[in-house]
Design a protein around this ligand. Structure first.
Ligand SMILES: [Zn+2]
Length: 196
């Protein structure tokens, strides 16, 4: 069990094959690394995670836990989340590594918005402070990577304009920002628009 991951999981007896979105994922990660929106924190822990929906299914590819600082990811650094259950704080995946601690957060976005095909979770303390309560903001009482966060995100989708803003901040996770879109490029552009 990883220190960072708060859910329980079950690994399906399958590795993932190279997938189409891998090039796009690495391209986007390079830009995010350069801007230090993903990377390694002062404790040596990788932060930031990206995912893309697998076609039009409910499954998605997501970066492995604590891979934030790695310059280039291979299929062994990703997993495919194929099932999850918020109520049980549980997920099932294929792949060689442990799914990102924010996997249920990503799942809640894909479930809430069928037109979302890519999600970026990054850290930026300045931007976070600027956006706090100015864009949809999850409750300060809700910690990252929990089932409560998944429910909180679904609440934002029904009770705020997060669907059109395509970005929210996590008040209970300092620096934590999530942007999403119909592809990674669009999610990245949403972030850049807010950083101006
Ligand atoms: Zn985070």
């Amino acid at each position: 069990m990883s220190h960072y991951v708060k859910f329980t999981y079950q690994r399906a007896p399958a590795d993932i094959a190279p997938f189409d979105a891998l090039v796009e994922l690495n391209e986007c990660r390079r830009k995010l690394l350069e801007l230090r929106l993903i990377g390694v924190d002062s404790n040596g822990v990788g932060f930031g995670n990206l995912s893309v929906r697998d076609g039009s299914t409910a499954s998605f590819y997501i970066t492995g836990s604590a891979t934030g600082g790695l310059p280039e990811l291979t299929p062994t650094d990703y997993v495919r989340v194929v099932a999850y259950d918020f109520a049980r704080n549980w997920l099932r995946y294929e792949g060689a590594t442990i799914p990102s601690s924010e996997s249920l957060t990503h799942a809640a976005i894909y479930e809430s918005d069928p037109s979302t095909f890519a999600v970026i979770h990054c850290h930026d303390s300045n931007l976070w402070r600027t956006l706090l309560d100015r864009v949809p903001t999850s409750s300060k009482a809700v910690a990252y990577g929990t089932a409560e966060m998944a429910y909180e995100i679904m609440r934002l989708f029904t009770g705020s304009d997060v669907r059109s803003r395509q970005i929210f901040v996590m008040a209970g996770h300092e620096g934590g920002i999530v942007a999403f879109g119909k592809n990674l490029e669009q999610a990245f552009d949403v972030l850049m628009r807010e950083r101006k």
